[in-house]
Ligand binder design. Structure first.
Ligand code: AMP
Ligand code: MN
Ligand code: MN
Length: 365
């Protein structure tokens, strides 16, 4: 989908301006961008008298420990308590209806469906679209929406949006980060929330049991240099029982991919996470030469070019075999100027800042 134009923004503002009751929903197993974007807009809407908000996400309704410190988590309502036929539904960071899980039925029942998202794989569902695959996070779109609604940024809104921005840019390291991203971060920080506390909870805090669990998961990582057309694959799996043995819930497997993807010898990194009720949620990252979003979309999932995922109900071996084949077939750039190779060219808002001397490193979520 193309980035929103002026008419798109006006339609979105009009839909929100008339609404007294708004259901907000983000994707299942939500991350910082999903919940942060949703709560950021929820705070802004609540600033207007007479607006009731119902922010939620589909079962299992477990708020990941890393997100429990976000201002407004107490506003979240269980999916079964979400009105069944809302006049307005707003979805966040959700590329397709099925990613809403147990809230997916609200899409057909709602009067208007405003879709705020940045997934390249967005299917175009909904009636009003703020979808920009060029945005490094959904939170970026929400900030502009809040501005256009005439609601001033406050510390609660800003903390939620900052959570989305930090999560999806990999702490401002991934390719989608531009000078504008840093300008936005500066505007958010200026509201005065404790960004260090927020980000420590978000990214740098685990229960002690996480250390031996991560040790075991990393110890069995397989390096397959011949895969992905010779660019290399590294993968491992995380088992539910293994997490439970260390007193950990499924959300504690999410950050493992950020360790696995540091492998120099592999272009593509994968963590296959066992789901509590069977099947696998697969996280896939590339350093910038392989379109893993295309590979995951081909396997029924989706995501971005360099950060994507899919769900599998096949056995582990079969799941990885299907992924190897999809990665072999995925669009790839092996030219010397491809991302991952250090080059001295990059064009992004050169009027604001000089060109960075590095090639882009990785994708965003
Ligand atoms: P994750 O590996 O779960 O952090 O997800 C990386 C990116 O892929 C995110 O943008 C997700 O929204 C997307 N993604 C992950 N799993 C799926 C799936 N089963 N279907 C569609 N998109 C997915
Ligand atoms: Mn997300
Ligand atoms: Mn996102």
């Amino acid at each position: 989908m193309a980035a929103p134009d002026e008419a798109g923004w006006e339609k979105a503002v009009a839909a929100l301006s008339g609404a007294g009751e708004v259901v907000l929903a983000c994707h299942v197993s939500p991350d910082g961008d999903a919940v942060g974007s949703m709560l950021g807009l929820a705070h802004a809407l609540r600033r207007r008298p007479g607006t009731r908000v119902f922010p939620s996400f589909g079962e299992p309704f477990e708020v990941p420990a890393s997100l429990r410190g976000l201002p407004g988590v107490d506003l979240l309502v269980r999916p079964e308590q979400v009105p069944t036929a809302p006049a307005l539904l707003v979805t966040f960071d959700t590329g397709s209806v099925d990613r809403l899980g147990s809230l997916a039925d609200r899409v057909a029942e709602a009067g208007e469906v405003l879709v705020v998202d940045h997934h390249a794989s967005n299917t175009g569902f909904g009636t009003v679209h703020l979808v920009d695959p060029g945005a490094p996070a959904t939170a970026v779109l929400v900030e502009e929406l809040v501005r256009r609604l005439g609601v001033p940024l406050d510390a609660d809104i800003a903390a939620c949006l900052y959570a989305g921005l930090v999560t999806d840019t990999g702490s401002f390291r991934f390719a989608g980060t531009t000078p504008a991203t840093h300008h936005l971060a500066a505007r958010l920080l200026a509201t005065g929330f404790e960004h260090d506390v927020l980000v420590r909870e978000l990214l740098d805090t685990h229960p002690f049991g996480w250390l031996p669990m991560a040790g075991a998961v990393l110890a069995r990582a397989r390096l397959e240099p011949a895969e992905v057309g010779g660019l290399g694959l590294v993968w491992t799996e995380a088992r539910t029982a293994e997490l439970a043995a260390h007193g950990l819930g499924p959300d504690q497997a999410e950050s493992l991919i950020d360790l696995v993807r540091t492998t120099r010898e592999a272009e593509v990194a994968v963590v296959v996470k066992e789901l509590p009720h069977g099947g696998w949620a697969v996280s896939v990252r590339s350093k910038g030469r392989v379109d893993v979003g295309a590979a995951c979309t081909a396997l029924g999932g989706g995501g971005h070019r360099f950060a994507a995922g899919f769900t599998s109900h096949a056995a582990l071996d079969e799941t990885v075999a299907e992924l190897r084949a999809a990665l072999t077939a995925a669009p790839r750039d092996t030219s010397s100027g491809a991302r991952g190779v250090i080059v001295a060219s990059r064009s992004s808002e050169a009027t604001i800042a000089p060109r960075a001397p590095w090639g882009k490193e990785s994708g965003c979520r």
